[in-house]
Design a protein around this ligand. Structure first.
Ligand code: TYD
Length: 207
């Protein structure tokens, strides 16, 4: 998109995105880069209100409304946080982006994946990351990790097993379709090993 570098981190729930993006942020900072570490949904003030609706609203939200809420969060986030940081030449490290919508709202629900993607591209005037790290993990392992974590499931985490199987498959299909943007990492590998693989790709893009 411009002078900086935009990295997004994707994967199903429980694949270790938080750990890996924190390690990458620390490493980038250590390299002297200014890092904007952000996330969707909820990377802005208005986004935090939207996040509260999509993740914690107790009643039903129809799929098209849900897709629009994520797209609204994304539109505001890209315009007010991501694009300005990239224009300043900074590194934007972001947990989840449009691939999450394509996978969760598209493959996971009843919506058409291409339409969901186009909605996000409209929302962001076509903004796509330079690098997308996909943490790929067997669903059973992911679920065991989540079960052992001491936190209640949010709406989507509670959505059941076959949903997560579809999510994983859909992510891998997206990665296969855009091999230059995606780096697929085996999330069952040791944490330090995964971090090293990610750093290598990012270092290539920085140089
Ligand atoms: P979050 O608490 O940020 O968890 P995680 O550590 O898994 O990222 O929850 C984000 C949830 O929102 C996650 O279950 C995926 C979902 N989501 C969508 O369904 N569509 C989207 O476009 C985004 C960004 C997230």
């Amino acid at each position: 998109m411009s002078a900086g570098l935009w990295i997004t981190v994707e994967g199903g729930d429980g694949t270790g995105k938080t750990t890996q993006s924190r390690l990458l942020a620390d490493w980038l900072t250590g390299q002297g880069r200014t890092v904007v570490h952000t996330r969707e949904p909820g990377g802005t003030e208005v986004g935090r209100l939207i996040r509260d609706i999509v993740l914690h609203h107790r009643g039903d939200i129809v799929p098209r409304a849900e897709a629009l809420l994520y797209a609204a969060d994304r539109a505001h986030h890209v315009a007010t946080v991501v694009r300005p940081a990239l224009e300043r030449g900074e590194v934007v490290l972001q947990d989840r982006y449009l691939d999450s919508s394509v996978v969760y709202q598209g493959a996971g629900r009843v919506l058409d994946a291409a339409e969901v993607r186009n909605l996000s591209l409209w929302a962001t005037e076509g903004a796509l990351p330079d690098v997308t790290v996909l943490l790929d993990l067997d669903e059973q392992v992911a679920r065991e990790r989540l079960d052992s974590a001491d936190k209640p499931f949010d709406r989507l985490e509670a959505a059941g097993e076959s949903f997560h199987t579809r999510v994983r498959r859909a992510y891998l299909e997206l990665a296969a379709a855009e091999p230059d943007r995606f780096l697929v990492v085996d999330a069952a590998a040791p944490v330090a090993e995964i971090a090293e693989v990610i750093r290598t790709r990012v270092a290539e893009r920085l140089s």
